[in-house]
Every structure is written in C-alpha cells, then in structure tokens.
Ligand binder design. Structure first.
Ligand SMILES: [Zn+2]
Length: 339
C-alpha cells in the first residue's frame, strides 16, 4: 500500500513538472485530485484498511495530497509566466510581415460608364472634349438656332446666373465651340455635366451627357445610323437593335429620337417599354444655321450630332430598375459597392 502511494506521488509530481499551459494543468489536477482522481480514490478506500494501518497511511496520503497541491500551484505560476511571455511576443512588431492593406474602393458607376463610352467612340475616331459647366446664352441656345423667347427653350432654360449666363443645360453647347476651333473634319465626343431644374424620381438637377458631333464633306444619315449601331452593339451587346424615329429639334434637320430594343422583353413589348422600344436620346443632321453659327459653310459641309444621358444609358444596360435615379448620387456605399 505504502509503495503504491509513493509511486502515485512520483507519477503525479513528474507529470505536473512537464505542464506548460492551463489546460494541461487542469487535466493533471483532475487526474489526481478530482472527484474521480487517483488520490481521491485511494482516500476513499482508507476505511476498508485494518485499523492499525489506517492512521499512518492516512497521514501519508494527506501529506502527498498537500505536495501535489503545492506542485500544482507552482505549475500554475509557471504557466501564467509562459502565457504572458507569449502575449508579449505577439505584441512585438514583426517587420518582415506583409503590411495591412487599406481597403480599396472603385470608380463610381457613372465614371465607369463615362470611361467606357469614351473608349467605344474613340475606336471610331472620336476624340473627347470638355466644355465649361457655366455657359453663355449664345452657346447654350442662340447658336443652336433657339433665338431669345423661342418656346423650344422652355425645356432647357434653367439655373440662370445672369440673364446671359446659365449652368450648361446640355452638351450641345459644345458644338459651336468646337466648330470655332476652325479644324475640319470634326469628330468630337463631349462628355460633360449638365444642369436642369428638375429633381424627382427620374430626373437629376445635375447629370452627364455625351454629345457626338461629326462634320465633314458628304456626311450622311447612313453614317449616323452606323455609328449608333456600333455603339449599341459595343455598349449593350451584339444582339441589340436600334431604330430612328422622326422628331423635331431646333438644331438638327432632319431630327430623330433614337430607340433601342427593350432588353427586358427582347422587343416583344412589356410593361416597362410598352411597344418593345426604349428611348436612348436625340440625334439628327446638324442644322445649316448651326453650321453657319460655327463659321462652316453648309453648302460644303454636313454633319450629324447626338446627345444622350450617361446615367440613362448605363441604367438601361445594367437593367437597373431604380426606384429613384437620385440614388446614384446619394453616395450610399451599400448601393455603390454593387457596381
Ligand atoms: Zn419591354
């Protein structure tokens, strides 16, 4: 019996000496001193021993128990020290580790659209220009065949700074500015901000337009249609179709509204498009009066022009059924991250 106890003590002290963390320490405590522990089991059998043996072995067992408890306590201090040393190492800066990267954002969806539109037209030889966001009445209206008080102005007259100066209401104001450079042929794409007085679920007081202007000798409607087809195929997909619908603008003659087949119903007609087509924007052959305003002889040169909204064409492509177009500029990351 006594031998067994001594053996148990040796085993326990050896095991506790190798303990290096709290889990091992707790396991050792349970193994020897727990309710079903080895020493506890021995103490329970004391009652079965002959009365002569009992006091001596009882004392020995208690003595061993104290020694084991003391060893556990020392081991506990040791593991605490090890743990705090490990933590200290973690707090050190390892200069060889790769650094933490700042989260990277991406370009705003309208900027993405502008870059793509610019790329597509540059493949056709159009060069990008930008004109002022504040414009004179001459470039914004009069040079475009809209004399003062003409009712055609009503749609655009907005945000006048003085009676002669207005926030640019449409990119068409860049047409005569480009002609005045005196270089022909002209193949510009003017991508700029425009301002209108509307603000509701389908209108923004500030938005972007892209204005194409092609002027050369013998420019025809066929070329205009070809450019629109190319743009539609590149931007919306090779299966898409466009059509020209006669319309009226003061600065083009003839004028058209350009439609693209509805992507939702594939041109069959649905609640969104009604008859299978969705309007992209206006276009037409440049009016002779506009050419004259830009110092170009309409007998010698002709051209076509178109001005469409960037936000609008982008929304048509991505099938964004936005409940409110103003969401685009609310700068809500939950929305912007999706593009
Ligand atoms: Zn449809």
């Amino acid at each position: 019996m006594e031998e067994q106890l001594k053996e148990l003590k040796k085993e326990a002290l050896e095991e506790i000496a190798t303990v290096s963390d709290f889990n091992q320490l707790e396991a050792a405590r349970i193994k020897y001193l727990g309710r079903k522990g080895k020493l506890t089991a021995f103490l329970r059998t004391l009652g079965n021993l002959p009365a002569s043996e009992r006091p001596r072995l009882g004392r020995l067992a208690n003595q061993i128990k104290e020694e084991i408890e003391k060893a556990l306590q020392e081991a506990s201090l040791k593991t605490q020290k090890i743990a705090s040393e490990l933590k200290g190492k973690k707090d050190l800066i390892d200069v060889t580790q790769p650094g933490l990267r700042e989260p990277l954002g991406h370009l705003h969806l309208v900027t993405q659209a502008i870059f793509e539109i610019e790329r597509i037209f540059s493949q056709l030889g159009f060069y990008r220009v930008r004109y002022p966001e504040v414009e004179t009445d001459w470039y914004a209206f009069e040079s475009l065949n809209m004399p003062p008080n003409h009712p055609a102005r009503d749609e655009w007259e907005t945000f006048f700074i003085t009676p002669q100066i207005v926030l640019t209401p449409h990119t068409s104001s860049g047409q005569v500015r480009e002609m005045e450079k005196g270089k022909l042929p002209i193949k510009m794409i003017n991508l700029s901000k425009c301002y209108r007085r509307q603000s509701d679920v389908s209108h923004l007081p500030m938005f972007h337009q892209f204005e194409g202007l092609y002027i050369d000798k013998k420019v025809s409607i066929t070329q205009l249609k070809g450019v629109f087809d190319y743009f539609a195929h590149e931007f919306f997909g090779p299966e898409r179709k466009i059509r020209l619908r006669p319309f009226h603008f003061r600065f083009t003659e003839p004028s058209f509204e350009v439609d693209i087949d509805c992507s939702l119903c594939k041109g069959r007609g649905c609640r969104f498009c009604k008859a299978g087509w969705v309007e992209l924007g206006g276009a037409g052959m440049v009016h002779p009066e506009v050419l004259r305003a830009g110092g170009i002889n309409p007998e010698e040169y002709s051209g076509f022009a178109f001005g469409w909204g960037v936000e609008r064409v982008y929304m048509m492509r991505s099938h964004l059924k936005l409940p409110d177009i103003r969401l685009i500029y609310k700068n809500d990351l939950r929305f912007l991250k999706q593009f």
